[in-house]
Ligand binder design. Structure first.
Ligand code: SF4
Length: 210
């Protein structure tokens, strides 16, 4: 997999694409973009935690729209979810990035994929090179074999993949899973951007998250 090929393809899709060598560099780059007082939303992400970006967003300098703190009431969580759509920045990782410069993300609720599609003024996608795949088919397989099984274990979901370590669906999508705790519900490929300044992908030359 040529990293340069992916960067070029992302740029052809009107996304900014930046390569950094380490998670520390990714953190520095993100810190240089933000100004105190700005509003920040984020999708749940192991990558953002590993890079220290999660801690940066919550250090008190910014208005961080918390969604995951267990002390939040349902009403507060809902309100912050909606406020994310008007945030200055939205941070997320990606479940996979194809050689054609498309991002692939699968959500349970859909708050993350919907914010990537539209709403927040700027979206920053931070991803390790372990997320790079050849094409759409490989992107879906990556979720079935790596991302979803690991995330269901992390989130303590009682799904078949949490038990088996892989998805049970033999269809090209996730429709064969009838678990009420299924986390694969909204599947989105993010391709060409009409606004060339909205999405920036920071590709980190390390393995991060899953
Ligand atoms: S569809 Fe169900 S079994 Fe398949 S990866 Fe998603 S949660 Fe796991």
């Amino acid at each position: 997999m040529s990293i340069q090929k992916v960067l070029d393809a992302l740029k052809r899709n009107n996304m900014n694409a930046v390569l950094v060598q380490t998670k520390e560099e990714a953190l520095q780059h993100v810190a240089s973009l933000l100004s105190p007082g700005q509003t920040i939303g984020a999708g749940g992400s192991v990558t953002l935690k590993e890079c220290g970006i999660d801690a940066l967003m919550k250090n008190g300098s910014y208005r961080f729209l918390e969604r995951y703190d267990p002390s939040l009431s349902e009403e507060e969580r809902k309100q912050n979810t909606l406020l994310c759509y008007d945030a200055d920045w939205y941070f997320t990782s990606a479940n996979a990035i194809t050689e054609d410069g498309e991002l692939y993300n699968v959500d349970g609720y859909g708050n993350r994929v919907s914010a990537i599609c539209c709403g927040p003024k700027r979206v920053i996608v931070v991803a390790g090179v372990n997320k790079l795949v050849k094409n759409r088919e490989e992107a879906i397989l990556r979720v079935k074999r790596i991302a979803a099984p690991k995330n269901t274990v992390r989130l303590n979901k009682k799904t078949p993949c949490a038990k088996l370590g892989h998805c049970i669906c033999d269809t090209p999508d996730f429709s064969g899973c009838s678990s009420p705790e299924r986390i694969c519900a909204q599947y989105v490929f993010t391709a060409y951007q009409r606004d060339p300044s909205r999405i920036t992908v920071i590709l980190v030359n390390e393995s991060l998250g899953y």
